[in-house]
Design a binder for this molecule. Structure first.
Ligand code: NDP
Length: 285
């Protein structure tokens, strides 16, 4: 049987580390990290995410601010708020909860956030830094995957890593992070031919496709590390990942469950990005 990677426990440890680092930072510099979360509209899932982020900030000892706009808000209103937050010295991280309503251009909003406060790591400047291997905020979910691997003691250098999914928020940044750690990386997508042949090569297999249980047992190499980023709700209400867990369990050496694997790491990494942003912004020059 494989080792089940306990994302809840790893995220709890990281959040506790961040809480302690925050106390020290406040004692030494007088700075308390501040995160502003902007929610446009009242999508129930987004509201739950925003509430969770606020609670996690409070537990870490951060200041958190929630700004809500109605679903019909104009792009200009949201831009004004971002400009204000960019200039607010008490705010070190700005997160605009996605998806945004149709009348608002998402990319234009992402690009309006000051790169130093872009704790989601979506700004082109930060994407460029990641590409070049320079420090900066990194998209939370891929960063969370790297932490899971590291804290589980998985060797990355020289290993064959296969990622199923090439989105800008998960697949692509994760590929760059794995590459920076000397993995040999393959990214798969819907046009990939003979997908099982490719996934079977993986020492580290990451499923980030958003397709329920598409990774079957026979697509996994014996002894692989399997990381399941997918979160899908079945018709019966059950939450499943992109990996058929019961089948994968028989082949993998390490595997993340859904829920309780990658999911909890995303908020932990948002806190980490905010703390680091506060450090960078307030560091004496
Ligand atoms: P996107 O829909 O943006 O991207 C999905 C990617 O997977 C695309 O590149 C797509 O290929 C590829 N793909 C889809 N189906 C297949 C298939 N059958 N075979 C091969 N490739 C396939 O999704 P996201 O990256 O935003 O999210 C992926 C999953 O991760 C979702 O379930 C999402 O809910 C979850 N997620 C979880 C988070 C967490 O905190 N745990 C955070 C973010 C996302 P193509 O480009 O060709 O269309």
């Amino acid at each position: 049987m494989p080792e089940i990677i306990n994302g809840n426990e790893i995220a709890r440890v990281i959040r506790e580390e961040i809480r302690k680092e925050t106390v020290v930072m406040r004692e030494i510099t007088g700075v308390t990290p501040g995160l502003a979360v902007v929610l446009v509209g009242d999508d129930p899932a987004s509201r739950i995410y925003v509430r969770r982020k606020g609670r996690a900030c409070a537990e870490a000892g951060f200041l958190s601010r929630e700004i809500r706009l109605p679903a019909a808000a104009a792009e200009g209103e949201l831009l004004d708020i971002i400009v204000q937050l960019n200039g607010d010295p008490a705010v070190h991280g700005i997160l605009v909860q996605l998806p945004l309503p149709r009348q608002i251009r998402t990319q234009m909003i992402i690009e309006a956030i000051a790169p130093a406060k872009d704790v989601d790591g979506f700004h082109p400047v930060n994407v460029g830094r990641l590409m070049a291997g320079n420090p900066g905020p990194v998209s939370c979910t891929p960063r969370g995957v790297m932490e899971l691997l590291d804290r589980t003691g998985v060797d990355i250098a020289g290993r064959e890593a296969v990622i199923v999914g090439r989105s800008n928020i998960v697949g692509k940044p994760l590929a760059l992070l794995l590459l920076a750690r000397h993995a040999t990386v393959t990214i798969c997508h819907t046009r990939t031919q003979r997908l099982p042949d490719v996934t079977r090569r993986a020492d580290i297999l990451v499923a980030a496709a958003g397709s329920p249980e598409m990774i079957r047992g026979d697509m996994i190499k014996e002894g692989a590390v399997v990381i399941d980023v997918g979160i899908n709700r079945r018709d019966d209400g059950r939450l499943v990942g992109d990996v058929a867990f019961a089948e994968a369990e028989r082949r993998a050496a390490y595997i993340t469950p859904v829920p309780g694997g990658v999911g909890p790491m995303t908020i932990a990494m948002l806190l980490r990005n905010t703390l680091e942003a506060a450090r960078r912004i307030t560091a004496p020059v």
